[in-house]
Design a protein around this ligand. Structure first.
Ligand code: 8X3
Length: 249
């Protein structure tokens, strides 16, 4: 696998950082893309990758990422995304919704457009979009995020149709409950109590490494094997509203 290159967006924390580490362990040179330069510089040093400051919502920033990547790329993991706010539709902030659409949908568009020529030039590429179980169901207080993640799901499906016949696989990884501090704290505006309530009594939520392992597996499969979508939940979460919680008496 020497000389094979991967780009991971949102690589500064959580699933993105874990995926960068996993792909590096699997032999890829990993381009770590995110907005926070100090974080990706440290990560890239650790895994002998390349840090690139990148805001996926900014086409100029994404063009700079494409310039650094050059004319050949094997793996693109569109991981940058996130939730902002948890208000019901009746009181939701449209600006939060715009931000979520921008990063979870338009961000995937920007990065995919910019890097697709390099992916195709590899002759055997794969694009992995990190979606969510929120892209499959609805839940109270989640409409802005679920709408955006349904968008991620549909864009992925569309891309697979449009690229059929080209030497590139297209996959969506759809995680359920993953314990990633930044994601959940950001969603709740830093409210630690709300954060704690999400995971309360759940002995083993998924962690970022679980999702990174799945991405590593999907990437490692033979070229003719395309995992269209992979929904991954912790055993304790049978469905969005069906979570097994155990509390001390
Ligand atoms: C995050 C999963 O369950 O919070 O993408 O919607 S959930």
């Amino acid at each position: 696998m020497a000389n094979r290159t991967a780009v991971v967006t949102g690589a500064s924390s959580g699933i993105g950082a874990a995926t960068a580490r996993r792909l590096a362990a699997d032999g890829f040179h990993v381009v770590c893309a995110a907005r926070r330069e100090d974080r990706i510089a440290a990560l890239a040093e650790e895994i002998k990758g390349t840090p690139v400051r990148c805001d996926v919502t900014d086409p100029d920033s994404v063009n700079e990422l494409a310039r650094v990547v050059g004319d050949r790329l094997d793996v693109l993991v569109n991981n940058a995304g996130g939730a902002v706010g948890s208000d019901p539709v009746a009181t939701a902030d449209p600006e939060h919704w715009r931000q979520m659409y921008d990063v979870n949908v338009v961000g995937v568009l920007n990065v995919t457009k910019a890097l697709l020529p390099a992916i195709l030039a590899s002759g055997d590429g794969i694009i992995v979009n990190v979606g969510s179980t929120a892209g499959r169901i609805a839940y109270e207080g989640g409409a802005g995020y679920t709408a955006a993640k349904h968008g991620t799901q549909v864009v992925t499906e569309t891309l697979r149709l449009e690229l059929c016949g080209e030497p590139v696989r297209v996959t969506e990884i759809a995680p359920g409950m993953v314990k990633t501090e930044e994601f959940t704290l950001k969603r709740f505006g830093g409210d630690r109590e709300k954060y704690d309530a999400v995971y309360a009594g759940v002995a083993e939520p998924l962690v970022a490494d679980d999702i990174a392992d799945a991405i590593g597996w999907v990437v490692s499969l033979p070229s003719h094997v395309n995992i269209d979508e992979l929904v991954i939940r912790p055993r304790a979460q049978a469905a969005q509203h069906k979570v097994h919680r155990v509390f001390d008496k």
